[in-house]
Write a protein that binds this ligand. Structure first.
Ligand code: GLN
Length: 487
């Protein structure tokens, strides 16, 4: 499938369209269509127009454009933007305006990326439907009676609804891949450490990773190559260890071994399963070899993820006390009451649930029974993936056991909702890269996604295989929604 980023860049360079015209087209479409899908929680027209004019001056002077120069895009609202309110879609951060930029945003500004606005998300990235946002959830551009997914639901809704060319989300347990899958898009969760977390407001620091959501694989590769840079401001940063991923997209996948662990398919809806079986046939026709094996420790993934993520969240969210950031309660007798009331009024229900769970598993009496046990099992899962990658080059799995939920589906039962993360959390536990790409549609026409999982820092391999699948299926797995910019 053709890269949208490259196409728009070429049109700007050749004078077919100016960056200002392109940017205005997006801003106008946002005014008209954002109300249908609630993708954006904040528009940033001033910065967008200013950047667009700068890009046009550069084009006029005959200078060549950098890959992301002048391309209209969005950032999830947990990525810090200097001078632009950043709330994590939580009442507790209302009015918080960062005084510094996240490293990823700094890197994009060096390329004159055109920021259209900040996008909706589950509060503090905790959720799978975007509905825990204090602004109400983002809707699915293919069917607005369905959710866009979560937690980076706003990015997927904007990119799927043609209100941004691409966006950056964050993935702690699936938050890039799951909404990408629900909205029929490409979502890349990079290897832990490949992209700097500096300026990403923390949920669970040993899992969090920033990555792109795009309309096709090549766009994801272009964005990934730009943002995967070593950063001394993030102690877990490694940057890109191998060559730029764009260089290997066109490679043949003949002889590549694609591994399938049957545990990933337990409880998967039939239509999702058959879409993946069809994809397997496509991979075989391209000369790839499918290898099947068991990975029994995958069954521990969900409890391990929810214990460790909540434990880390309970610690990370301790900083919101009404003194340093955002919201502060209006009436209080003393400091203790101020902190308690601020946190009680400022955090939503799901965030409170996780702080309670996390505090419980870290408490003196239960630390060994829960936190320590989960850490040990994390080690086992890492080992299981290491063994798996002795047998194959990449692994193939569903992204989500189903397609986009109807609205309010997740209000019923928290544990039932957590269970829908079953296929996405394992790679976060092991720190591995994975990309979700569309691979079919259900009977209602909603997109189905599959993920290709790679070994550490093997983004090039998963993106190469994903891109070759896209070519072999002639871009038929991507359908554009009936809204937004048509250019
Ligand atoms: N749905 C998962 C959770 O609620 C993943 C969220 C994420 O990746 N930020 O924890």
């Amino acid at each position: 499938m053709e890269s949208r980023i490259k196409k728009l860049s070429e049109q700007m360079a050749s004078g077919q369209i100016s960056c200002l015209e392109l940017t205005k087209a997006y801003l106008e479409a946002m005014e008209k269509d954002n109300q249908k899908i609630n993708a954006y929680v904040r528009f940033t027209p001033e910065t967008a127009l200013e950047t667009a004019k700068r890009v046009d001056r550069k084009i006029a002077s005959g200078e060549p454009l950098l890959p992301l120069e002048g391309i209209p895009m969005t950032l999830k609202d947990n990525i810090s933007t200097k001078g632009i309110e950043t709330t994590c879609c939580s009442k507790i951060l209302t009015g918080y305006v960062p005084i510094y930029d996240a490293t990823v945003w700094e890197l994009l500004q060096k390329q004159n990326a055109v920021l259209l606005g900040k996008t909706n998300m589950d509060e503090f990235a905790m959720g799978s439907s975007c509905e825990t946002s204090c602004f109400g959830g983002a809707l699915n551009p293919h069917d607005t009676s369905r959710v866009a997914g979560g937690s980076s639901g706003g990015v997927a809704s904007a990119v799927g609804g043609n209100l941004a060319v691409y966006g950056l989300g964050s993935d702690t347990g699936g938050s890039i891949r799951q909404p990408a899958s629900f909205c029929g898009l490409t979502g890349l969760k990079p290897t832990y450490g490949a992209v700097s977390r500096y300026g990403l407001i923390a949920y669970a620091s040993s899992f969090d990773q920033i990555g792109p959501i795009t309309q096709n694989v090549e766009d994801a590769a272009i964005v990934y190559d730009t943002i995967s840079v070593y950063d001394e401001k993030d102690s877990t940063s490694r940057g890109k260890v191998n060559a730029p991923v764009c260089e290997s997209l066109k490679n043949s996948i003949k002889g590549r071994k694609i591994g399938i662990a049957k545990e990933y398919f337990n409880g998967i809806r039939d239509d999702v399963n058959s879409a993946i079986q069809n994809a397997i046939k496509v991979f075989e026709s391209l000369g790839a070899q499918i290898v099947y094996f068991d990975m029994p420790s995958l069954k521990y993934s969900l409890p391990v993820y929810y214990i460790l993520a909540c434990a880390e969240a309970s610690s990370n969210l301790g900083r919101y006390d009404g003194i340093r950031y955002g919201y502060k309660t209006a009436h209080y007798a003393d400091r203790n009451e101020m902190v308690c009331k601020t946190r009680n009024e400022g955090f939503g229900k799901e965030v409170k649930r996780r702080i309670l769970l996390g505090t419980y598993v870290l408490s003196a009496g239960y630390y060994d029974a829960y936190y320590k046990k989960a850490q040990n099992l994390r080690g086992e899962l890492i080992k299981a993936f290491e063994d798996a990658f002795q047998k194959c080059d990449v692994m193939l799995a569903p992204t989500v056991p189903m397609t986009a939920f109807p609205l309010n589906f997740t209000a019923k039962d928290a544990v039932e909702t957590y269970q829908t993360d079953i296929c996405t959390v394992p790679v976060n536990i092991a720190g591995l890269p994975a990309v979700s790409i569309p691979c079919g549609f259900d009977t209602a026409g909603l997109p189905i996604g599959m993920q290709l999982i790679g070994n550490r820092f093997c983004e090039a391999t998963i993106l190469n295989i994903a891109h070759q699948y896209e070519i072999a299926t002639d871009g038929q797995m991507f359908r554009t929604a009936e809204m937004g910019v048509k250019l």
